[in-house]
Design a protein around this ligand. Structure first.
Ligand code: HPA
Ligand code: ZN
Length: 341
């Protein structure tokens, strides 16, 4: 930015909020509006009242309780048809917030319990719905199969086999999410090697709850090209420099980090410092209704807090699209949607 005293006026903020956006880090079930999950629970006669507040939002105390509530919410998604309906709801919400390209974490554990043939049915239902939404909402979706760290390495192997069986032009990545305090990145090398051999591109959650060493281990032990969060790398200059040198892309979720208390405020969040240090940063929502955020809100809050102008957001979008796990033809088509009209 040229003028350090530059501040976005209301009109500029509105323009930034309405910009087209590229999102790389979105948990599929975590994007389910609470009303959607409540409706499904009612249809299936499942009592999920414990996971909602009186105002209808999701109710949890901290990250670890969030993971429990997440799994409870997910328990009412039982069939490929349920996931197809979820897909439509999620993409409508993303498109309404200006997202033109999105990558979402999908877990065979929640889609058929890790059985390859069941997983194929779920994936087909999700993909068909996404393709329909692409035609009528103008948003492109790609899937990243995601192992869940606290389910352990054996489950992750099964998940990687599901991913390998369905790798292609739509299911393009493999990742690791869940409780970062359980096990080590290297416990998942078999799963990541299997996914890599199937042609999948790799990302792993690291440096959301654990420190810089976790981020180093994701890069060195699993060979990922992107990191989910990675923001706690900021504690160690050598790790920050390693990320910059290797051009590892961070899928930063500032609203999620602040909501969960990883940092006390957006002003205290290291995203701007990481960017200044030459690390490739991108912006995502993680689990938007759980953290009371949207991509539009993320852009607006970052603009207000760090006085970023449209040029910066354009750079963030392009960094994200460059790092997207899609083919060149898809990237070119999305790039056209980023260009000012
Ligand atoms: N972080 C880690 N694991 C997750 C998340 C998250 O935000 N959402 C769902 N699984
Ligand atoms: Zn995440």
């Amino acid at each position: 930015m040229k003028d350090p005293d530059w501040r976005a006026d209301e009109e500029t903020l509105d323009r930034i909020g309405r910009m087209p956006k590229v999102e790389l880090h979105l948990h599929f079930e975590g994007a389910a509006p609470p009303s959607f999950i409540r409706g499904l629970a009612k249809e299936k006669k499942v009592d999920l009242s414990r996971i909602f507040r009186p105002d209808g939002s999701y109710d949890y105390r901290d990250f670890w309780h969030f993971l429990e509530v997440y799994e409870a919410a997910t328990s009412v998604l039982k069939t490929p048809e349920d996931f197809a309906r979820l897909c439509r709801a999620v993409l409508e919400e993303s498109a309404a917030n200006g997202v033109v390209y999105s990558e979402t974490f999908l877990s065979p554990d929640f889609c058929g319990g890790g059985d390859v043939s069941a997983w194929k049915d779920y994936l087909l239902a999700i993909r068909e719905t996404a393709e329909e939404a692409e035609r009528d909402l103008g948003i492109t979706l790609r899937g990243i199969v995601t192992a869940i760290r606290h389910f352990g390495p054996d489950k992750a192997r099964q998940t990687a086999l599901c991913a390998a069986e369905t790798a292609g032009d739509w299911l393009t990545g493999f990742g690791l999410a869940g409780d970062e305090k359980k096990g080590k990145q290297r416990d998942f090398t078999w799963a990541f090697d299997c996914a890599r051999e199937a042609g999948l591109r790799l990302t792993s959650h690291a440096g959301e709850w654990n420190g810089p060493q976790e981020v180093r281990e994701a890069v060195e032990d699993l060979g990922v090209e992107r990191i989910g969060h990675g923001v706690r790398a900021w504690g160690d200059r050598a790790v920050v420099d390693m990320l910059a040198e290797r051009e590892i892309v961070l899928e930063v979720c500032p609203g999620s980090n602040v909501f969960l208390g990883v940092f006390p405020s957006l002003a205290a969040h290291p995203i701007a410092k990481l960017r200044k240090a030459g690390v490739k940063v991108t912006v995502s929502t993680d689990d938007p209704p759980f953290f009371h955020t949207t991509m539009r809100r993320e852009f607006e809050d970052l603009a207000k807090t760090f006085h970023w102008d449209e040029e910066v957001f354009d750079e963030l979008n392009r960094t994200a699209l460059d790092a997207a796990f899609c083919d060149a033809a898809t990237r070119d088509a999305v790039l056209k949607r980023l260009e000012p009209k």
